[in-house]
Design a binder for this molecule. Sequence first.
Ligand code: G1P
Length: 276
Amino acid sequence: MIRKCLFPAAGYGTRFLPATKAVPKEMLPVLNKPLLQYGVEEALAANISNMAIVTGRGKRSIEDHFDNAFELETQLKNTPKEHYLKEITDVINNATFTYVRQKQMLGLGDAILSGEPLIGNESFAVILADDLCINEDTNVLSQMLKLYDKYQCSIVAVEEIPINESYKYGVINGKLIKNSNDQYLVNEMVEKPKPENSPGNLGIIGRYILTPDIFQILKQMQVNNKGELQITDALMQQAKIGKVIAYKFKGQRFDCGDIKGYVQATNYFAKSKGII
Ligand code: G1P
């Protein structure tokens, strides 16, 4: 059973400067809700209540967001504005939050390894909050948890990407599993390949289930030529030793780490709530 969800949230958000100079990118709102809260709500809806957040310098507003705000609550209590606090209060009441700081920015693999003290020796989920995922019924993480029950190994969510954008993703190649049309046994995985070197057109999005041996693999890895530890490389090692499943999820993903994707997500939610 998966009890914990890790949220790497230490990045600089360079593509969103100047907005992200003093505000963590995970706190940028789509409509009135910060990206990270969408991720936490996805985990809660998948019956995971233990949120492990990897932060860094300048990210204190994340902790404040997922904490009671006594003064604000007192001010709004028994007024017509009280309902504005309901959504975040529900999250706070239903989840627990633990935090650790990543000491140096050494890539996603290092951010995940920094979370080991919060996770321990158990399989866990990972959500990259800037990938905002939606689906009409079962959310993407819940879909993946069902597969974890079946395969008991690490699982990555993938989607078809234009091959000329392979340099933005971890790209996989795999063998379609018998009697399925959306599950692949991974045999190759490359982090941000050039289109001519890409092993295929299935790009990893920010949803993972990881088995805890990933920590040992990450500890033994060397940083790559960009000075980063890549989770994609660690997963490739798991695929070699055992197995890793890539899952073409049902739903839609908005790349909110990018201004275009962020605008698309905003439009989507504005339309679905009848605002525009
Ligand atoms: C990270 C991963 C990459 C993955 C992507 C999904 O990259 O390293 O493999 O495809 O997230 O959003 P980033 O976008 O953080 O550079």
